[in-house]
Write a protein that binds this ligand. Structure first.
Ligand SMILES: O=P(O)(O)OC[C@H]1O[C@H](O[C@H]2O[C@H](CO)[C@@H](O)[C@H](O)[C@H]2O)[C@H](O)[C@@H](O)[C@@H]1O
Length: 268
């Protein structure tokens, strides 16, 4: 992160100068929706929804980019006029669409991923109160808030090792292990797919986790391709902030409250 960090208002000025040719790109969990123990309980507060509705009216492109299924991200954000990139950029749900466009290569793995996950999710993980999230081609094991997080993590590390041996790819997020197919899943590639044919003056991406680093790099790729002028990468600080996110972000804001402030700053 640059040491002579400008204020968020200053960093967002190029977007405010040309909102119709600017993109506002937002992660969901830990950014718009505060982190909670049960993924199904996540929601975006009304105090965030109000400025987001105004941002969606003013800016040319507004999209949520989530590790969740695109439809799940839209359920949480509950705004039909913006785009959703789900499953870490692999699914595209355009504004007003009923169903997402899915990545065929990824979806072809659903049965194999789910079979592995259900076998792995045995008596031991259940006793430790680990939760299994079914995202079709991706399976997620969550241990946030279980009675013994250390024991749960140790058991999940064993599952990760077995998953890698079985040919899957594992990815660690905020108190979650994802078991993924060995195909490219990348928020940056998703963004380049969504915006690669659009000429943008400026864009901001806001994220809180390792998977968001790919989105930061996606902005750089759009710049290198000459499709995007100015880019600002915003990290969302928490007690779980990955070091790499702090290093690669242009600036940091504090939690979903800080994101709300950023949305309001886009409307100044
Ligand atoms: O890319 P995101 O929109 O940030 O999605 C990342 C993961 O978010 C969810 O898990 C995280 O949030 C949960 C609810 O606050 C929390 O309980 C969990 O510990 C976090 O890892 C979601 O369940 C995952 O599928 C997403 O990949």
């Amino acid at each position: 992160m640059p040491s002579d960090a400008a204020t968020i208002e200053e960093l967002l000025q190029p977007l405010r100068d040309d909102p119709k040719h600017s993109a506002v790109l937002l992660d969901v969990d830990g950014v718009l929706a505060p982190i909670v123990a049960q993924p199904d309980d996540a929601h975006m507060p009304e105090t965030t929804r109000r400025p987001l509705i105004e941002v969606a009216k003013r800016y040319g492109t507004v999209a949520c980019v989530s590790g969740r299924r695109a439809s799940d991200a839209r359920r949480i954000v509950s705004l039909g006029t913006i785009a959703y990139l789900g499953s870490h950029g692999s699914e595209v749900l355009l504004p007003g669409s009923i169903a997402p466009v899915l990545d065929g290569e990824l979806m072809a793995w659903t049965q194999r991923v789910q079979a592995f996950a259900h076998d792995a999710f045995g008596e031991k993980l259940r006793r430790l109160r680990v939760r299994l999230e079914d995202k079709e081609a991706i399976a997620a094991l969550h241990w946030r808030g279980v009675p013994d997080e250390d024991d749960a993590l140790a058991a999940i590390e064993d599952v990760a090792e077995a998953a890698e041996k079985a040919g899957f790819v594992t990815h660690w997020g905020r108190k979650v292990l994802e078991i993924r197919p060995p195909v490219r899943i990348d928020k940056g590639a998703g963004l380049v797919g969504l915006l690669g044919e659009t000429d943008l003056a400026a864009a901001v991406y806001v994220g809180d986790d390792v998977t968001d680093l790919d989105a930061f790099r996606g902005l750089s790729e759009l710049q290198e391709r000459g499709r995007l002028g100015y880019a600002v990468r915003v990290g969302v600080r928490s007690d779980e902030t990955p070091v790499a996110l702090e290093e690669e972000a242009d600036t940091l804001v504090d939690g979903p409250e800080g994101v709300r402030g950023l949305l309001r700053a886009l409307l100044l």
